[in-house]
Design a protein around this ligand. Structure first.
Ligand code: GDD
Ligand code: MN
Length: 370
């Protein structure tokens, strides 16, 4: 209700918000909106595009349409990437009782939306999922390799979700706001698999149903799935399995650190044949820090990856962080050693302090949230 009904006319409330994550989808916006318009005739709907500052100007395109059509909105995120977090923020920007998520490239079948909405209401469900793997659905013409990968990933999903989902990788679903809100604070936001994340984060099992659809071919633009989605998927599973005990990023950072030790020793061995130990040790240290930086940038902080100029400034800040970490490491280890702890315990204590310092401080200065 408006505060003063005599001075305000209120547009009909939105029942369904369709959240559409985009990255370089400019050519798909017009045809997608046309299809949504005809599929959702008779429904009070709106859509929110969540664009990660696509270089092709997708956000400008959406806003140009939104100026003439109040059903269309745009959230533009700068300096960040990620399908899952885009979806989460899109849903948070909506107030509708029902929210749907659909890809911008028309690979999902938008004509399913009215039936999803119908089903969620009549069957009193939390979520309805568009599935390619129930009777009547399909994946179009995927090659054997992709089908096998998808099956394997679906089986891995059972590690974190007990619900029997035929298509846990689906990026096409419709849910109630309360169901979303029950899970939102626990979401990992890692990678692509927001549906799995939602199921794994909900305190009570979702009441769900799967409706079949056939995955279409993409016509405009290209897929953003690269080999790293496999990595991101594993990170999501790991986060759901151990994330409540120790942050996955810290585990990765630790592993990268161990790889740095290998790099260090290998470089040292190679350089020693040439001459001075001090020069060899200094070179090995630089090599290890640089390779740690590069690996963390690709693996640990993939979502905040530094490129171009920022890669260089990030590297310099990482050197600085590690230099202070090394001082702390040596200081703690020497202090422990003087108090007659055994050499290995003193050494380990120093290393542990160093790694925690490097992790915590580089998270703030090198790969800071922008
Ligand atoms: N905002 C934002 N940020 N959007 C993104 C990003 C990102 O970093 N990466 C991809 N998108 C958008 C794309 O623009 C597209 O609208 C949608 O997310 C899906 O991306 P695609 O690159 O088309 O993925 P796909 O077709 O290979 O994979 C789809 O199908 C899989 C199987 O169902 C996605 O829906 C996957 O989530 C799904 O697992
Ligand atoms: Mn696609």
């Amino acid at each position: 209700m408006p505060l003063d009904p005599t001075i305000t006319t209120v547009a009909a409330a939105v029942e369904l918000t369709v959240v559409i994550p985009t990255y370089n989808e400019r050519e798909n916006i017009d045809p997608l909106l046309e299809r949504l318009g005809s599929a959702l005739r008779g429904v009070a709907w709106e859509c929110i595009f969540v664009d990660d500052d696509s270089p092709d100007g997708t956000a400008d395109k959406v806003r140009a349409i939104a100026r003439a059509d109040a059903r269309v909105r745009c959230v533009q995120r700068i300096g960040r990437r990620g399908l899952s977090t885009a979806v989460i923020e899109g849903i948070q920007a909506s107030s509708a009782p029902f929210v749907a998520v659909i890809d911008a490239d028309m690979q999902h079948d938008e004509t399913l939306l009215p039936r999803m909405l119908e089903a969620i209401k009549t069957d009193e469900l939390d979520i309805v999922i568009g599935s390619r793997h129930v009777e009547g659905g399909g994946v179009g013409d995927w090659d054997k390799g992709r089908v096998a990968m998808s099956d394997f990933a679906a089986r891995l999903a059972r590690l974190v979700v007990s619900a029997h989902l035929s298509d846990p990788m689906s990026g096409f679903f419709l849910m109630t706001r309360p169901a979303f809100e029950s899970a939102v604070r626990k979401l990992s936001g890692q990678g692509f698999k927001i549906l799995l994340d939602l199921f794994a984060s909900s305190p009570a099992p979702f009441r769900f149903k799967e409706l079949p659809y056939t995955f279409r071919q993409r016509v405009h633009g290209e897929s953003k799935l690269d080999t790293f989605v496999v990595w991101e998927y594993l990170m999501l599973l790991l986060d759901k399995l151990i994330g409540h005990i120790v942050p996955v990023r810290f585990v990765l950072f630790g592993f990268v650190g161990m790889s740095g030790v290998v790099v260090h020793l290998a470089t040292l061995r190679l350089m020693l044949t040439a001459g001075s130990f001090t020069v060899a040790q200094a070179t090995a240290t630089m090599m290890a820090m640089t390779s740690n930086f590069a690996l963390n940038n690709i693996l640990t902080y993939r979502d905040r990856r530094l490129r171009g100029w920022r890669f260089l400034t990030g590297l310099v800040s990482f050197y600085a962080v590690c230099a202070i970490g090394a001082v702390a490491n040596v200081g703690i280890a020497s202090a422990a050693f003087q108090r007659h702890y055994s050499w290995w315990l003193a050494g380990l204590a120093g290393a542990a302090v160093g790694v925690v310092w490097n992790y915590a401080v580089s998270a703030v200065f090198t790969w800071r949230h922008r």
